[in-house]
Design a protein around this ligand. Structure first.
Ligand code: CU
Length: 338
């Protein structure tokens, strides 16, 4: 190859590498990582992307060079010269990919092993998925239940997952890990949050009519704030809890708007308008509220999908809890209409 051709080849390769790097870096492809594990996964991602840009620049430059340099002349119908391989070239294009693939394997294996190492004393949280809601239980705090995944920052957390019905999949984009939740299996996922903040919890497995609505939140808090929440909530649960705290703990807030509980959900009907809704259903307020919780399908509010509201509150809540909840909703509805 002549010197000038080599320079052209290198120039095209540099241009291709620059274009590849711009496409990789300019759009914000990935969310800012919020866990130690996500940081490592992002490292693997960029390691791979770097290798891809390198390979791309070689392929693009050789292709462009060949297309321009060896273009057929308009009146040239002859065959090209026969070529019988090139041992040096073949060794090179086998050895380089082999080295790269081995490097990817080693880096990925190290990251997988590190990400799975939960340490001796992780905070255990049981994650329960069901059509179409997430519940989180804290065995270390009297099996405290929450509709929101609250985690202390910088603490190793081990999530153990259960599905009550079909296959769901747990995903927090900022944690970079996805875990399928298959009925009958109890997969675990290890997370060490590194950033205080609120991030979405998303179901990423098509699981039925309400799949798109199967969302919650994870709130990463300081150790002190988490302790306060965990212990405070436990006491409330121990005494049966007021209607407002039951409303929060049971995850009603994720789907309903209710000023009295500071809830802003939009998946289900606005519970600040309960009095009007009961009237429309033609039922007394208290029995309408009770029926809506215990048997949501008995009356389905117009414009809202059937079967999204969990069907098992009737069995999950104790009688005292249910009474408190109904009292709370009825009294806030009455206040709302005054
Ligand atoms: Cu789901």
């Amino acid at each position: 190859m002549r010197r000038g051709s080599l320079v052209q080849l290198i120039l095209v390769a540099i241009a291709a590498a620059a274009a590849g790097t711009a496409i990789a870096l300019l759009p914000n492809w990935l969310p800012q990582p919020a866990s130690r594990e996500a940081g490592r996964i992002h490292f693997v991602f960029w390691f791979l992307t770097g290798i891809c840009i390198f390979i791309f620049s070689i392929v693009a430059s050789v292709t462009a060079y060949a297309v321009v340099k060896f273009r057929r002349k308009p009146d040239d119908d002859s065959d090209g010269p026969p070529i019988h391989g090139h041992t040096g070239l073949e060794i090179t294009w086998t050895a380089i990919p082999a080295i790269l693939v081995t490097a990817i394997t080693i880096v990925s294996a190290i990251v997988l092993a590190k990400d799975d190492a939960a340490g001796a004393n992780p905070l255990r949280v049981n994650v329960v998925a069901q059509q179409f809601a997430w519940s989180f239980y804290y065995p270390a705090y009297g099996n405290k239940r929450s509709g929101i995944l609250r985690l202390p920052v910088h603490r190793s957390v081990l999530l153990r997952m259960t599905s009550k019905d079909v296959v769901h999949s747990f995903w927090v984009p900022e944690f970079s890990q996805k875990q399928d939740v298959v009925p009958g299996l109890h997969p675990t996922l290890h997370i060490t949050p590194t950033r205080v903040g609120t991030y979405p919890v998303i179901c990423t497995e098509l699981c039925g009519l309400g799949h798109a609505l199967m969302r919650s939140q994870t709130i990463v808090m300081t150790e002190t704030a988490f302790d306060k929440w965990a212990h405070g909530a436990q006491t409330a649960a121990a005494v049966g809890g007021g209607g407002s705290s039951i409303f929060n703990q049971q995850g009603c807030t994720a789907c309903h708007r209710l000023a009295a509980a500071g809830a802003t959900g939009t998946i289900g009907p606005d519970l600040d308008k309960l009095a009007v809704e009961a009237q429309r259903a033609g039922k007394p307020l208290a029995s309408f509220v009770r029926e809506s919780i215990v048997a949501p399908n008995a009356y389905v509010e117009k414009g809202y999908p059937k079967g999204i509201m969990p069907q098992d509150f009737g069995t999950k809540l104790s009688k005292t809890q249910l009474d408190a909840l109904v009292r709370f909703l009825v009294s806030s509805a009455k206040k709302g209409t005054k």
